[in-house]
Design a protein around this ligand. Structure first.
Ligand code: BJW
Ligand code: ZN
Length: 288
């Protein structure tokens, strides 16, 4: 059975298949994508796994036996900024060597091919910048970016791709070391270059317990409220607020399709589930 659901305005109606049964049928998803005017792709660490970037909660997710919650938080930075910078230095260097994979490229190519008939918005939890390097233009980075710094004193945000970001971090950050404190002195870490400031720089990343940028959330709200079809790719859907987005979209009538190697907490509710590595399944879903 087919029903019509009105979204945004009376002229932009959208087809939704009424059946609640979950599907893994690429042809059926392609059919729905064809009619969609607004497509959201919500991505997590899994999309970059095949680029060699470890996920947070899978193999390789621990850095020196510490999980992200212990390092990606403001009090860890206050206690030992050198250790937190070593963690980020390691990941910056790893990502600088990584390349976007077929999943990132399929999304970028889909956006470019449909520039005249759809708005595609990539909402990513990732901080690796691989969507932009694949050519995606309309990106919302929810949790910041590894290659941006923010001054802890004047709050200035700057792009910084230096490798290493400062001399003291060169050769540090190995994930295999047992050291859980850093020998690097705070004065040797990256500092603001404004003559009247000189504050300690931190990665421009949203850490646990910190609020997401209100402007970023505003753009996200608009994209999710207008979405017809949402692809949820490679996220465990346990970190909020992003974990709630697919449920919000589904409840307001969007088609939601998940791409993951294993089911996530939201999987049973979604319209589609494509099991497998997203570098394989996304090109299948997004080809014409
Ligand atoms: C593949 C694959 C392949 C593998 N192909 N798939 C409401 C309820 C409860 C708690 C909270 C709540 N609201 C806020 C909170 C607190 C907290 C939170 O959510 N905690 C949870 C752990 C419960 N949230 C926050 O603190 C957020 N702030 C906030 O909401 O402020 C207001 C507030 C504060 C406090 C209380 C209440 C309100 C900020 C969250 C910032 C998240 N930051 C991190 C670290 C960034 C640092 C960094 O990168 O260095 O962001 S956490 C980490 O998790 C990172 C990720 O973006 C994020 C999500 O992880 P993701 O992407 O899902 O990765 P994984 O590893 O979990 O999953 C990978 C998936 O890929 C798996 O499913 C695999 O199966 C799959 N996969 N290979 C396809 N080849
Ligand atoms: Zn400053």
């Amino acid at each position: 059975m087919i029903i019509f659901i009105g979204r945004h305005n009376k002229t932009s109606t959208f087809l939704k298949f009424c059946s609640k049964k979950q599907s893994s049928d690429f042809a059926k998803l392609k059919h729905l994508l064809k009619a969609a005017k607004q497509v959201v792709v919500l991505t997590g660490a899994g999309i970059s796994a095949e680029s060699g970037v470890p996920t947070f909660r899978g193999p390789g997710g621990l850095w020196r036996k510490l999980d992200a919650t212990l390092l990606a938080n403001p009090s860890a930075f206050r206690e030992d900024p050198g250790l937190v910078w070593e963690f980020y230095h390691y990941r910056r260097e790893l990502v600088l060597k990584a390349k976007p994979n077929a999943g990132h490229i399929a999304i970028a190519s889909y956006e470019a091919r449909h520039a005249s008939d759809k708005k595609v918005t990539v909402i990513t939890q990732n901080v690796d910048g691989l969507h932009a390097r694949a050519g995606t233009r309309n990106i919302i980075e929810l949790h910041g970016n590894l290659f941006k710094t923010r001054c802890t004193k004047c709050n200035e945000v700057l792009v910084n791709t230096d490798s290493p970001i400062c001399a003291a971090l060169a050769g540090t950050g190995s994930p295999n070391s047992d050291k859980l404190t850093s020998d690097i002195k705070e004065k040797d870490l990256p500092h603001c270059k404004k003559p009247d400031c000189g504050g300690l720089l931190r990665p421009h990343i949203v850490w646990f317990g910190e609020f997401l940028d209100p402007k970023t959330l505003e753009k996200t709200d608009i994209a999710i409220s207008q979405c017809n079809v949402c692809l949820v790719v490679g996220t465990s859907s346990i970190v909020y607020p992003a974990a709630a987005f697919p449920t919000v979209m589904s409840a307001s009538g969007s088609i939601v399709a998940e791409f993951n190697i294993e089911p996530s907490p939201g999987t049973p509710k979604f319209d589609f589930y494509f099991q497998g590595p997203s570098a394989t399944t996304l090109p299948q879903a997004l080809s014409d």
